[in-house]
Design a protein around this ligand. Structure first.
Ligand SMILES: O=C(O)c1ccccc1NCC(=O)[C@H](O)[C@H](O)COP(=O)(O)O
Length: 271
């Protein structure tokens, strides 16, 4: 599918080629593109950037971004979490930011979950969704998020354009990559925050060697921004390979399904 969108006045024409996105991820982005096909692309007035998300992740030591994740394609149902209760529990456990899934079909996410979390905890909230339309960024800002996820595997060459749109709206962006080619696109786009996903979103296979490999490559290329290792972390031992390399880790399933979110967050991050 080819989608052309013109965000009036404040953004350039953006073209996304979803046919290039295979597997599970391909199915999800086709659904999200259909959800937003008739949405208004204009962003509205520029909002000041607070850099709240970036600042939270730049604190000394490995920062935890804890995810409110009730379900996923790889796990099915994880836990029937109340998003705000879960976010407060994560915050009490030391999380420096909360990731909130807003995708409804596969992750049981909602807009209200993001609104509740963004308004109910002191730490910044990330909108975790499959951004395929400018309106999704406008919503993220309106719902109180400090940041939004941008996936290079979905946006390809449009990554820089979407990064610009996020910044226009006052949002930080977590620009996610999974391989060398995607990392090069993120670096070229000038992303200040890059996340390396250990999960191949087309096959759902997790390889914890991906994050240290790409984080080293980013640093070797002179990248001075924030680097986040994402997915598949269950124990403090799992974190050993990124503890002295990454600025932050993004963890969902193992915390969300633990039954005691505060304790699980504390125990995971214990050095
Ligand atoms: O988690 C999935 O099964 C999944 C499937 C398809 C697209 C995205 C998916 N997850 C998004 C994420 O990358 C994770 O929610 C996040 O990094 C946390 O991962 P984890 O700690 O392994 O739950």
């Amino acid at each position: 599918m080819l989608t052309r969108m013109s965000a009036r006045d404040d953004t350039a024409l953006v073209t996304l080629h979803f046919d290039r996105v295979p597997g599970v991820l391909g199915r999800i982005v086709h659904e999200r593109a259909a959800d937003y096909a008739a949405a208004e692309p204009a962003l509205g007035a520029t909002r000041a950037r607070t850099h709240r998300f970036e600042t939270a992740l730049r604190q000394p030591g490995l920062s935890l971004i804890a995810e409110v994740k009730r379900a996923s394609p790889s796990q099915g149902a994880i836990a029937p979490l109340d998003p705000l209760d879960a976010a407060r529990a994560y915050e009490a456990g030391g999380a420096r930011a909360i990731s909130v899934l807003t995708e409804p079909r596969h992750f049981d996410g909602t807009a209200q979950a993001l609104r509740d979390v963004a308004g109910g905890v002191a730490v910044p909230a990330l909108r975790k969704d499959f951004v395929v339309h400018p309106a999704m960024l406008r919503e993220a800002a309106e719902w109180g998020a400090s940041a939004a996820l941008l996936m290079v595997s979905v946006l390809h060459e449009a990554t820089a354009e979407y990064l610009h749109m996020a910044h226009h709206l006052g949002l930080d962006a977590l620009v996610e990559v999974h391989d060398e080619r995607e990392l090069d696109i993120a670096l070229e786009a000038g992303a200040p925050i890059i996340g390396v996903n250990n999960r191949d979103l087309t096959t759902l296979h997790i390889d914890l060697a991906v994050s240290p490999r790409l984080i080293r490559r980013a640093r070797d290329a002179g990248f001075g921004g924030v680097l986040v290792a994402e997915s598949g972390y269950r124990t403090p031992q799992d974190l050993a390979s990124v503890r002295d390399l990454a600025d932050a880790v993004l963890v969902g399933s193992s915390l969300a399904g633990s039954g005691d979110l505060t304790r699980a967050a504390r125990d995971l991050m214990r050095a």
